[in-house]
Design a protein around this ligand. Structure first.
Ligand code: NAP
Length: 493
């Protein structure tokens, strides 16, 4: 049996409606809960706890106690690495179950959860497990009455990890794995739409021997739990992935206690196709760039810039491919387009399409909501042609399967249009001209540029934004820098 089929049939259990604090399930003080919906069926899957300020206090206290106790710099680095590796193995052993849970919670195709989301989480755990005993300082060539000077890299302290709903497990592990490898402790607040894999992961990590308090999960609203974490004096760093709007609030909130902050925010990424590109590959790249993950992808190639001379030809190939993409039951292994995460999100996306129409864009494919068996927040993959870069659909992040196609005449214009955005998360460049590819890659203001490729990630490669797409980097050795403080030690003669 192919593994994706096993995942589609895997048995899942839901976490209890409690918080995971200090290594155990605890009742939220106010006894409140939140319902978690399956966006493909509109059924309520389960209830999770809705934490309040007192619960955040408890979680931060547990994380601080773990830091001051046997974790932090007292646990040998190699032991932290071994533990992360053990957790990765345990997650791999339950990959089908976690993939199924992620699909139920988010509406994404089981194909994606099974082959991308959970494996990417496992890869991040293993990558950072490898780093744990390789985090070193330096000796320094200082002058004066000094025998020796060196630096230490130490954990930052308690990290508040606040994550969005589009890639729940990946976003969580891109933060938790490096934070723990560096010896920090974590309080994780997952998105309210998709809290399930985070809760189950914390339980799994504890079963693998992660000491109590090292990883705590507090579910509940961003306004309440998220704000309380950002304001909490016991939290040393906020690692946030989410919208630019909330990112701004987090920066303001963190300023009060001068917390370290990493922000992975929104995007409106340009995907540029030059006339000399392999047009079949570019059409496929444009399609994957926007429709993978239902377009609920921060780095989605949502602005497709096409050199005027091949505009018609590329669009034809793209539309032909897109016609074969129909929304389906996310648990069906053949499905490649699932349900949007919520009714609210779908309404927002459909609203953008209307605004695009009213500004003069032409819907050349899709544009309509879909239901399956009368249920679910599905919609057609949508291509808007005749878009100009100053229309709302080209300026704002739609966060759904909607592509804006914009023609250009020459390299200069492509670069100028691509960079005319408040965002700078990612970009794609399609050309057979090697010199042009590298030149454009250098001139694009974005944290990641793919050449003749789109949407590939590797734990060894840093990911993050320029401009209002945020700052700091996830993955790669840059993530290690973000979860450590540098201390200089002088030794006198
Ligand atoms: P969001 O509304 O900004 O929420 C993200 C997280 O922040 C959620 O856990 C949310 O809690 C919490 N939150 C909301 N208000 C808060 C506040 N005032 N203080 C502290 N926390 C607060 O984003 P989203 O709608 O979940 O996710 C979509 C966005 O994430 C898009 O803009 C996308 O581009 C971005 N994203 C960026 C990356 C990247 O790597 N750059 C990756 C993925 C997604 P609730 O769920 O309870 O509201």
């Amino acid at each position: 049996m192919a593994t994706v089929e096993a995942a589609s049939r895997a048995e899942v259990t839901f976490p209890p409606a409690r918080l995971f604090i200090g290594g155990e399930w605890v009742e939220p003080e106010a006894g409140r809960t939140l319902a978690v919906e399956n966006p493909a069926t509109e059924e309520i899957l389960c209830e999770v706890a809705a934490a309040g300020e007192a619960d955040v206090d408890r979680a931060v206290a547990a994380a601080r106690a773990a830091l001051a106790g046997d974790w932090g710099w007292k646990t040998p680095a190699r032991e932290r690495g071994t533990l992360l590796w053990r957790i990765a193995d345990a997650l791999e052993a339950r990959i089908d179950e976690f993939a199924h849970l992620e699909t139920l919670d988010n509406g994404k195709p089981i194909f994606e959860s099974r082959y991308v989301d959970v494996p990417a989480g496992i890869e991040a755990l293993r990558y950072f497990a490898g780093w744990a005993d390789k985090i070193t300082g330096e000796t320094l060539p200082v002058s004066g009455p000094i025998e020796l000077a060196y630096t230490l890299r130490e954990p930052v302290g308690v990290v508040a990890a606040i994550t969005p709903w589009n890639f729940p497990l990946i976003q969580a592990l891109w933060k938790i794995a490096p934070a723990l490898a560096c010896g920090n402790t974590v309080v994780h607040k997952p998105a309210s739409y998709t809290p399930l894999s985070a809760l189950k992961f914390a339980e799994l990590a504890a079963e693998c021997g992660l000491p109590p308090g090292v990883l705590n999960v507090v579910t509940g609203s961003g306004a309440e739990v998220g704000n309380a974490l950002v304001a909490h004096p016991g939290v040393a760093k906020v690692s946030f992935t989410g919208s630019t709007e909330v990112g701004r609030d987090i920066m303001r909130g963190a300023a009060e206690t001068v917390k370290r902050v990493t922000l992975e925010l929104g995007g409106k990424s340009p995907n540029i196709v030059f006339a000399d590109a392999d047009l079949d590959a570019a059409a496929k790249g444009a399609y994957t760039g926007i429709f993978y993950g239902k377009g609920e992808v921060c780095a989605a190639g949502s602005r497709l810039f096409v050199e005027e001379t091949v505009h018609g030809e590329l669009l034809e190939r793209l539309v032909a491919r897109t016609k074969r993409l129909t929304p389906g039951d996310p648990l069906d292994p053949r499905t490649r387009l699932g349900a949007l995460v919520s009714r609210k999100q779908r309404d927002t996306v459909l609203g953008y399409i209307e605004e695009g129409r009213s500004e003069g864009a032409r819907v050349v494919h899709g544009g309509e909501p879909v239901s399956i068996g009368g249920k679910g927040w599905f919609m057609e993959p949508t291509i808007l042609d005749g878009v100009s870069n100053d229309m709302k659909v080209a300026r704002e992040e739609i966060f759904g399967p909607v592509l804006a196609v914009i023609p250009f005449r020459e390299v200069e214009e492509a670069v100028e249009l691509a960079n005319a955005s408040i965002y700078g998360l990612a970009a794609g460049v399609w050309t057979r001209d090697v010199g042009k590819a590298h030149q454009v890659a250098r001139r694009i203001q974005a944290g990641t540029v793919w050449i003749n490729q789109y949407n590939w990630y590797d734990s060894a490669a840093p990911f993050g934004g320029y401009k209002q797409s945020g700052f700091g980097r996830e993955l790669g050795k840059q993530a290690i820098e973000g979860y450590t403080e540098v201390k200089t030690v002088y030794v006198g003669r």
